[in-house]
Design a protein around this ligand. Structure first.
Ligand code: HEC
Length: 194
């Protein structure tokens, strides 16, 4: 009996080893190329890495896109997606504060004035509450822009770039229908062959 158990343990560990080896080989198939800047000392590399990180303006560009998506999602009742956008705006602003600590004050002001109220308004699933919270956030963005000599007013978005808020559910259902029909046709053909 003991021998049997020992043999079973050996066989199963061999099998596990085999599977792990296959997985490792799979992972080893793709290696991203080493970027050209990845040379020199660690200090050199960190410095170059710093230079190619998103700039303050790059991060702000994301905030603009996310503000757009937040609005589109909020007014169409896509609660989870709206909440994701609100949280990403918070994260992106915190990154901007790291990139330029001299402008941290405006970001902290915006975050404390709008969070967690904005998240609560989205969760309430009430259009009037969402719109009021969105309006307040929008005003905070613009106030900081005015204070920092970039007095541009992002316009209230009218179209979304995300398939989650602007995509067609009907088109998706149509594709699903075609796929189902194809599947059924195949099954029918198999049956006729027999
Ligand atoms: C700390 C103040 C501050 C806050 C808060 C702030 N911004 Fe900005 N924003 C700036 C500054 C400064 C610039 C210009 C950056 C540059 O050109 O280097 C900018 C630029 C932008 C740009 C233009 C980026 C480009 O290069 O095209 C957009 C879009 C933008 N912000 C959106 C937003 C949105 C949306 C919010 C609110 C969720 C927001 N910002 C909050 C300071 C702020």
């Amino acid at each position: 009996m003991r021998k049997m158990i020992l043999i079973l343990v050996v066989i199963s560990s061999l099998a596990t080893g085999g599977i792990l080896a296959i997985m490792a080989a799979d992972l080893g198939r793709y290696r991203p190329p080493t970027p050209a800047w990845f040379t020199g000392t660690t200090e050199d590399k960190v410095q170059k890495l710093g230079l190619i990180q998103p700039s303050y303006a790059d991060l702000m560009l994301w905030n603009g896109i996310r503000l757009n998506e937040l609005f589109a999602a909020g007014i169409s009742g896509k609660t989870e997606y709206a909440k994701l956008q609100a949280k990403k705006i918070e994260e992106t602003l915190e990154k901007a504060a790291l990139v330029d600590p001299t402008r941290r004050g405006g970001i902290e002001g915006l975050l404390s004035a709008n969070y967690p109220g904005l998240i609560q308004a989205i969760d309430s699933k009430r259009s009037d509450e969402f719109q009021a919270a969105f309006g307040k956030l929008y005003a905070s963005c613009v106030t900081c822009h005015v204070n920092h000599g970039v007095p541009f007013y992002p316009l209230i978005p009218t179209t979304s770039i995300s398939p989650i808020t602007s995509g067609s559910l009907e088109l998706w259902q149509e594709i699903q229908k075609h796929l189902r029909q194809e599947q059924e046709k195949k099954i029918q053909q198999e049956r006729e062959k027999k």
